[in-house]
Design a protein around this ligand. Structure first.
Ligand code: PAF
Length: 280
């Protein structure tokens, strides 16, 4: 496995592979890798001749400077894990390489970005689109792999690819959970043992909401989820939204969509966790 720090070097290697008609799969990450990321790498290795993973903590997508500062950075361990799992190239640029000058581009994702994460983290998805479009330009992958845990991010990236007419196939991979149900996240490393245990309530409530859905209205179910999670003093719901999985707009009744999804953001202490449940 080769570790590359510049776009120029990356393009030299990948140009050669493309010349040999090899397919390129790409897994963009911010490092602090866990089994969720590794499942994306595994899928890419199965689907493509070559797999490239990037490790870059993108400053433009952090609306909270403290969050950026505290974001876990574990480059050596990440590189080892990628090598063990069949990745061919790791692209780990410095900030200057990706942003030689400030990126002033503004994307418009309309209603898709006005809800949930977009509403609570102003500028976040603009920053995600900035970096992912730059990474796609640098790697020019045939396929790129994203986890369904970041459900709204996936919809935004699909919209970006359509808007910019990029020829990359976006592949969505299911959420990977700890044995106790907690959705895998780089942020989980910031939870204490006790908080990790308490945070499992989020997925327990989401799984149970599948059963509750058969007897409750959308509003009742939403309130039930909020009350159940907030019942644990260590957890504080930021939002619960039940949406159509394509438009991401809130639904008021179950017959509005065949693709209902509940998305939640919850603080466990000062760690912000997101999770979701696709019902059908
Ligand atoms: O999901 C992430 O880890 C990041 O948002 C991404 C897609 C790597 C862009 O920085």
């Amino acid at each position: 496995m080769k570790i590359i720090h510049t776009i120029r070097e990356l393009q030299q290697f990948l140009g050669k592979a493309r010349g040999e008609l090899k397919t390129i799969g790409f897994v963009p990450t911010m490092g602090a890798l866990h089994r969720g990321h590794i499942s994306l790498v595994g899928q890419s290795v199965r689907d493509n001749d070559i797999t490239v993973a990037s490790i870059f903590v993108n400053p433009t997508q952090f609306n909270d400077p403290n969050d950026l500062l505290k974001y876990p950075r574990t480059l050596d361990a990440d590189v080892q894990l990628l090598e063990k799992n069949g990745c061919n190239y790791v692209f780990a640029p410095e900030v200057k390489e990706m942003y030689p000058e400030p990126d002033t581009r503004t994307f418009d994702f309309s209603d898709l970005e006005r809800v949930m994460e977009g509403a609570h983290r102003p500028g976040h998805f603009n920053g995600v689109a900035q970096i992912v479009s730059k990474l796609f330009d640098a790697v020019q992958p045939d396929r790129a792999y994203f986890g369904e845990k970041d459900f709204q991010q996936l919809a935004i990236i699909r919209a970006m690819v359509r808007q910019l007419k990029m020829g990359v196939e976006i592949v969505a991979c299911p959420i990977v959970r700890e044995p106790n149900g907690l959705a895998m996240s780089s942020r989980n490393t910031r939870l204490s043992e006790e908080q990790r245990e308490k945070a499992t309530l989020i997925s327990k409530v989401l799984y149970e909401s599948k059963n509750q859905k058969t007897t409750q209205t959308v509003d009742q179910l939403k309130q039930w989820i909020i009350n159940s999670i907030n019942g644990e003093p260590e957890l504080k719901v930021e939002y619960v939204d039940i949406v159509d999985g394509s438009s991401l707009q809130s639904i008021r009744s179950w017959d509005e969509t065949t693709y209902p999804v509940t998305c939640v953001a919850v603080f466990c202490g000062d760690v912000r966790l997101i999770d979701n449940m696709i019902y059908n």
